[in-house]
Design a protein around this ligand. Sequence first.
Ligand code: FMN
Length: 244
Amino acid sequence: MDFQELVKFRRSSRWVFSKRRISDEDLKKILEAAQYAPTPHNRQPFEIIVVKDRNIIKQISEVEIRLSKEEVDGHIFWTRSKKELESKGVGVQVDVVPKFVHDLKDKPELIDDDEFWKKTMGLFSIVMQATAIMLIVIFDPKLPGIGPLKNLWGILGVGAVMQNIWLAANNLGISVHLISSQTMMVESIRKLHEILNIPKDYRILFLFRLGYEGKFGKYGTPYRRKLEDFVHLNKFSNKFTFKK
Ligand SMILES: Cc1cc2nc3c(=O)[nH]c(=O)nc-3n(C[C@H](O)[C@H](O)[C@H](O)COP(=O)(O)O)c2cc1C
């Protein structure tokens, strides 16, 4: 696919993937894309675990997500109608935010309801298991960048790994779902380390679900700010204007 087209075509796919497996040949291409990502001083501060074992995927899918009130408010704050997204270009469309977040907004008392979270985890786990391969992307804080922003630079490098993987997969017709929600709670992080045998001095940043689109199709957010809204000419105070 043409590169400009690919960048715009890349999308989050948050539904159940089909049962089709990913070939080793395609998996190798995706991992090579990660291998060649730019990182500070070429230190390559990352490790990637390819999870194919169905039993381990099941265990990961059962690692708890449980939002705090602050997180629910954050989700809702960034939720937009299609019309708002078309004009502002920032945030996610109402139906991209999982239903359980809307339920929590309408009934905040559910936050302490174990039954509610059990049901929510049941649904989350079904989607998580409908995955051909999971890639667990881990940051090595022992290999940071240099200077006061150390770890931020290192993590920026892992961001480049993230994007390379995503573009390479989408270019091969393989869908991607990035999940960070399981790496936000201390107990869930501990559980993931335990399941995947990750040493304590590494930091899981996110995991990718990879697979082929099932019958539901894509489910991402194609809206963006206009170029004029974030590009400046010479000084921050000057807007860049584009010739039509
Ligand atoms: C660091 C990071 C964390 C993210 N975490 C999640 C997540 O936990 N669950 C999810 O469904 N999407 C997650 N996303 C995907 C974004 O919501 C998505 O990229 C954005 O809304 C734009 O939509 P698009 O990917 O379809 O273009 C994350 C993206 C990034 C870069």
